[in-house]
Design a protein around this ligand. Sequence first.
Ligand SMILES: Nc1ncnc2c1ncn2[C@@H]1O[C@H](COP(=O)(O)OP(=O)(O)OP(=O)(O)O)[C@@H](O)[C@H]1O
Ligand SMILES: [Mg+2]
Length: 214
Amino acid sequence: MGENGAGKTTIVKLLTRLYDPDEGRITVDGIDLKDMRIEDIHAHIGVIFQDFIRYSLSARENIGVGRIDDQHDMERIEDAAERSPADQVIDKLPGGYDTQLGRLFNKGRDLSGGEWQKVAIARAYMRDADLIILDEPTAALDAKAEAEVFSWFKSLASGKTAVIISHRFSTVRMADRIPVLENGAILESGSHEQLLALRGRYAELFELQAAGYR
Ligand SMILES: Nc1ncnc2c1ncn2[C@@H]1O[C@H](COP(=O)(O)OP(=O)(O)OP(=O)(O)O)[C@@H](O)[C@H]1O
Ligand SMILES: [Mg+2]
């Protein structure tokens, strides 16, 4: 976690090699990311970006693009949709999976922010990734939808390594390790309890958010 502009999304972009670091290096099991094939990295990482992409494609294609090799595998797509659960969104569409989404075409059907996110999560489910990253959207989701998304994310991430970026302490506190970022660097790191005991920035922000609800 960290304040706006602290560098959270940047770390995700570095991990997925959308950027390469100017200084230093990122290693996985001792191997520099730069020495790995980008396709191999992408095959093992499922990422749901904060500004996830709203493709002007059909609902089926919007999910299928999560795994290009299996983009026509309807069974896999339906399975991913059931788990996200984008199927609830798709059931309401006039043409089901063949409905054109987005506003680019006049017959296209635009979805709400939360509905788009379910589709984005289904896309991530298409991959059987070892590392799952969720960069939580800052807006668009109401409290209930956000709680739902988080519980789906938890099931998506079970038995895998997961990174979640969130401004909500109810979400963040469940992590095993919480690095607090500031100005592009890790300021403090630990479990929720450890960070509270430290009485540093995390504790300060936690108190601030808690006070707002009192
Ligand atoms: N390619 C780049 N080179 C240098 N700085 C950049 C680059 N891209 C973004 N930045 C800057 O890096 C900082 C961190 O941005 P980042 O998107 O990682 O923040 P964030 O922690 O995800 O914030 P938020 O909570 O608002 O999503 C910002 O000040 C941004 O303007
Ligand atoms: Mg961000």
